[in-house]
Ligand binder design. Structure first.
Ligand code: NAP
Length: 298
């Protein structure tokens, strides 16, 4: 008989994160709220969707949010100058930078204009290096979100075999490092696989929990996921919506229909990792604000 696949909804987890953030803000009783700025090129891109989500999530917890568009015809120098100015601005606690960026922009060079305290998505070299050393200032929100969902639903991590699919420096690798870190409830035995890995089915065979960060809809099915495994689907792609000709919808890496009754649990897309990621971003901005206040900013 098929098992019942538990749906790991992100919304209740995001509500827990939001409640912690509100509590942290009110506990300080400060004259000004945490302040977050999202920097992006002023072009019509899918990033605008994330901006709206960030703005709404910030308002819901009491973080002051604004976006800083870089004119469409401006080059990398202008972007770096904008980030450097935000880094110096004591009224700004955290800064996000849209990515990926098209050439000639260099994401690594641009994010380096921020101190690790202001790099609230933890994607600069200093934060990533400090993650390796197990004392990051900020960890990428998507990695924190995937782990938070897994912990909230008590998925097997501690000492367990876990596979992370994807090795990008902003998603897959930081998630793998976080899962493997020496923290109670983590300490996972992590395999990181990627597009050059041979034999997905054999890589996943002994996995208790799979974190998929690829961006290939339909990658995970009964054919490669072991029966009874837990799946945290970080992948997010836009696919045609068969119910609405001409429209598109979000899809994860997992084929939910195939895994239903096979996987022990699965995060939905949309509604799984996404809402928790934006909640974790607000949490990081609030942490940046706490850090800034600890060193005497207004
Ligand atoms: P990315 O830079 O394109 O990286 C994709 C990774 O997947 C690469 O490491 C690639 O390997 C690997 N890969 C490709 N095909 C594979 C296969 N068949 N088997 C195993 N690995 C394979 O993307 P990203 O920025 O890391 O984002 C990953 C996904 O997460 C995307 O769908 C993105 O939209 C989503 N995302 C979601 C959230 C959220 O809040 N839910 C936030 C951020 C990102 P190589 O390194 O060999 O190329």
């Amino acid at each position: 008989m098929d098992l019942v696949t538990l749906r790991l909804d992100g919304k209740p987890v995001a509500e827990v994160v939001d409640a912690e953030t509100r509590q942290a803000i009110s506990a300080r009783g400060a004259s000004r709220a945490p302040s977050l700025v999202s920097v992006h090129r002023d072009v019509d891109s899918p990033f605008r969707f994330y901006l709206r989500r960030q703005s709404k999530a910030a308002a819901a917890v009491g973080v002051t949010f604004r976006d800083e568009p870089i004119p469409a015809d401006a080059g990398p120098d202008r972007l770096v100058a904008t980030l450097a100015a935000l880094d110096r601005n004591a009224g700004v606690d955290g800064v996000l930078l849209e990515h990926p960026l098209p050439p000639p922009f260099d994401f690594r060079a641009a994010i380096a204009a921020l101190r690790p305290e202001k790099d609230v998505d933890g994607v600069g070299a200093l934060n990533l290096g400090r993650l390796v050393q197990q004392h990051p200032v900020h960890v990428p929100a998507v990695a924190r979100a995937a782990v938070r969902i897994a912990q909230q639903y008590r998925l097997p991590l501690e000492g367990e075999r876990v596979v992370v699919l994807g090795r990008s420096e902003t998603v897959g690798l930081p998630l793998g490092l976080l899962l493997a870190s020496r923290q109670p409830g983590l300490n996972a035995t992590v395999t990181v696989a990627h597009s050059r890995s041979h034999g997905l089915e054999s890589i996943l065979r002994d996995a208790r929990t799979i974190f998929s960060c690829v961006g290939h809809p339909g990658l995970l099915t009964r054919a490669n996921v072991p029966e009874g495994a837990h799946v945290v689907d970080v992948g997010l792609s836009s696919v045609p919506d068969p119910a609405k000709p001409g429209a598109s919808k979000s899809a994860g890496d997992a084929d939910a229909a195939s895994l239903d009754g096979w996987a022990a649990s699965l995060t939905p897309v949309p509604g799984g990792v996404g809402p928790v990621t934006v909640a974790e971003l607000m949490s990081s901005a609030t942490r940046a604000w706490q850090l800034a206040r600890a060193v005497g900013s207004p």
